[in-house]
Write a protein that binds this ligand. Structure first.
Ligand code: SF4
Length: 306
């Protein structure tokens, strides 16, 4: 009996018109002895690639599996070829996208915990998707499966392949100019707004006025921090200048109010009512002004010798 004539799952799917995914995983290619022999035979293919023989072996194995379904005239399939090696995943999917006319399910298998698995997965999948390769995907971690879904969605949002649901948070990485506890602020904004707001409101949390205005240009709601203060903008219009302890509550309130306005048809996402005018660095944000007045630091005028 040939392998093609023994495929109960293929027969059952065909009978019930259920689509099926046919995939190879580098780690689970069976017949280990065969794997070595085949690797030698196939070594000449893709010799210029890092793991050329494995690439050839995965493609050959996938062809074998597809033949089983082809023999029964069943073509309602999607295909995958996964590896834990991101470069291999890019190579193998690039090859099979040219060889087979089936939808591709993308994935990096055995990617590990989220911290490193995310980088491993995104390195491969974003390259493929940006090149127009792939129809479905799964990001897989050795941790909470909800994170897999969150990160997969975020990847599609970032590449513009899916309309965003919920807040898009932009935040500065901080540098020597920072004068507030921005990381705590960002964490709190994320924790409180993400589960609550449903519209894709762009919120920018910026640490200073040097790069803040530019980064927040396209944001619906933005805050620039200064010397223990924050100025809040809604679509470019300044709505508040508050001390650090009040930034979070005021920012959340402005985001909620903005969402309510959009829902009521009184505002539109992504609109800019006015250009953001950067605040006065000495004065409006308290950046040093109080300290200068109190004589704690000396005001220096560039170009004048003391
Ligand atoms: S926005 Fe300001 S504080 Fe944040 S990284 Fe840019 S320059 Fe630094």
């Amino acid at each position: 009996m040939s392998p093609a004539s023994r495929c109960p799952s293929g027969d059952a799917c065909k009978e019930r018109a259920i689509p099926i995914r046919i995939g190879v995983n580098e780690g689970s290619i069976i017949e280990r002895k065969d794997k070595l022999r085949r690797a030698e035979e196939l070594g000449k293919f893709f010799a210029d690639r890092k793991s050329g023989h494995m690439l050839a072996l995965m493609i050959a194995k996938l062809e074998e599996y597809l033949d089983i379904f082809d023999a029964r005239g069943f073509h309602d399939v999607a295909i995958s070829a996964k590896s834990m090696d991101a470069a291999m995943v890019i190579d193998v999917y690039t090859e099979i996208s040219q060889r087979f006319d089936y939808p591709l399910h993308l994935g990096v298998t055995h990617a590990g915990p989220r911290d490193t698995g995310a980088i491993r997965s995104i390195a491969a999948l974003s390259t493929l998707i940006a090149n127009g390769i792939g129809d479905t995907l799964r990001i897989s971690y050795a941790s909470d499966h909800l994170d897999e879904v969150k990160d997969g969605l975020e990847l599609l949002y970032c590449l513009g392949k899916r309309e965003r649901k919920g807040v898009e948070l932009i935040a500065c990485p901080t540098c020597g100019r920072i004068q507030v506890d921005l990381f705590t602020l960002v964490k709190e904004v994320e924790k409180k707004l993400m589960p609550e707001l449903v519209l894709p409101i762009k919120v920018a949390v910026m640490g200073c006025i040097v790069n803040g205005p530019g980064e927040a240009e396209g944001a619906d709601v933005a805050v620039f921090a200064g010397d223990r203060r924050g100025i809040i903008y809604v679509q470019g219009q300044k709505v508040a200048n508050v001390p650090e302890a009040e930034i979070l509550d005021r920012l959340l309130a402005e985001c909620r109010a903005f969402e309510a306005k959009v829902k009521a048809g009184e505002a539109k996402l992504g609109e800019k009512l006015v250009e953001i005018v950067p605040p006065d660095p000495i004065g409006e944000l308290g950046s040093g002004a109080d300290k200068i007045r109190a004589g704690l630091v000396e005001q220096v005028t560039i170009g004048k010798s003391s």
